[in-house]
Design a binder for this molecule. Structure first.
Ligand code: AMP
Length: 365
């Protein structure tokens, strides 16, 4: 019998998981509150609220195993589902990964460095911590933040008076701003039997908190070993099953964890064409306790995100080793609606291909 995989969250990650799973004979059912979720274009979508137990019950009856495409699926939903069907990653992992404070504390219990931070429970704590960080800090909500959402930059004492009341009423963490040289991420996959593997280090660029480009392998990847070691240490300590992504800041003094994503990740989209096995396939293999596929790269890769809108003439541009991914989402400002991957044999060739593509599209990265 083909395994039927249920995915909580029906966005582009769920869609790409299904597209990776169909050639292996897997079947998919998606569950998302939004009836127009783009995964619904490639498989059965149940549109219901995450707390709708009747709908969850029906969803569980349709599938053999359940995973997520979105780390903010309520932990209670995952707990409810876990009573009926195996889930990966576990609700315990989700609880940690949903909370910037628990996430950082967990890293520290593993001896892994993170950005400097302070828990904020009052305005006076905020003022005290902001002073300690020399008013060069970022206030973040502990939960429900992603792509820079729920964040407020502090550059001087007076900024604190401008913070919206709605933000101050939430559970908060203040992070020292890290003067990073670059941002890198590493993806590991671990199955329930403890087999673990990783892909080469990715170098990421963000604009307004949203990932715009990923280049792999990261230049001068002397950090490859230590970042993979940290990510594997975390995966083992969490008894993690699936793909886990750890984002780091690299500074003059080393690497510091920014956050973890308990799921497949935007910085791993290049693996679809650029690695022997994609993050999506290995996530599914991990959950089904199948042997993990090779993470060997096929040369160098660049992933360009399309956010808010596509350039006009995308599909008329064809190049060897250029791949378009259009998620089928309604374009909206700040919304990820697709990506392109370029593969090349050398860093220079990759650079030239990016410059050429950007010129042909008439866009700026
Ligand atoms: P996050 O949602 O925490 O990943 O933040 C989104 C982006 O904001 C990151 O990828 C960084 O570019 C930037 N950022 C977040 N936290 C910090 C920090 N503590 N220091 C410097 N930049 C940060």
């Amino acid at each position: 019998m083909n395994p039927r995989i249920g995915i909580l969250g029906g966005g582009q990650l769920a869609r790409m998981m299904a597209l990776a799973g169909y050639p292996l004979g897997f079947e998919f059912v998606f569950f998302d509150p939004a009836a127009d979720s783009c995964a619904g274009q490639v498989g059965e979508l149940m549109a219901a609220e995450y707390h709708n137990e009747l709908a969850l019950e029906e969803f569980c009856q349709k599938v053999d195993i359940v995973t997520i495409d979105f780390e903010n699926v309520p932990v209670d939903t995952l707990r409810y589902v876990q009573k009926k069907k195996p889930v990966f990653p576990s609700p315990e992992v989700l609880e940690i990964a949903q909370d910037r404070l628990l996430e950082k504390e967990f890293c520290h219990t593993c001896g892994i460095p993170t950005t400097e931070f302070a828990t904020i429970n009052s305005l006076s704590e905020l003022k005290f911590a902001a002073k300690k960080f020399k008013h060069d800090a970022i206030l973040k909500t502990r939960r429900m933040g992603y792509d820079g959402k729920g964040q407020y930059r502090i550059t001087q004492a007076a900024d604190i008076n401008q913070i919206p009341e709605s933000l101050l009423q939430q559970d908060l963490i203040l992070e020292q701003r890290v003067p990073f040289n670059r941002e890198v991420s590493v993806m590991v996959a671990r199955n329930g039997l403890g087999e673990i593997t990783h892909w080469p280090l990715c170098e990421n660029k963000h604009k307004e908190g949203i990932l715009t480009t990923t280049i792999v392998p990261a230049k001068h990847s002397e950090l490859d070993e230590i970042t993979a070691e940290y990510a594997k240490q975390l995966a083992v300590a969490l008894n993690y099953v699936g793909v886990l992504v750890i984002e780091f800041f690299q500074t003059e003094t080393g690497v510091y964890v920014n956050e973890m994503a308990p799921r497949v990740h935007n910085s791993g989209h290049w693996t679809i064409e650029g690695a022997a096995t994609s993050q999506f396939e290995n996530h599914l293999r991990a959950g089904l306790n199948l042997p993990l596929g090779s993470t060997q790269m096929k040369g160098m890769a660049a992933m360009l995100n399309w956010i808010g809108a596509f350039p006009d003439n995308i599909l008329s541009i064809t190049e060897q080793d250029l791949f378009w991914h259009v998620y089928g989402k309604e374009p909206r400002p700040g919304r990820k609606i697709g990506h392109s991957t370029l593969l090349a044999a050398t860093p220079q060739e990759l650079h030239d291909k990016i410059v050429d593509l950007v010129k042909k599209l008439g866009v700026q990265l």
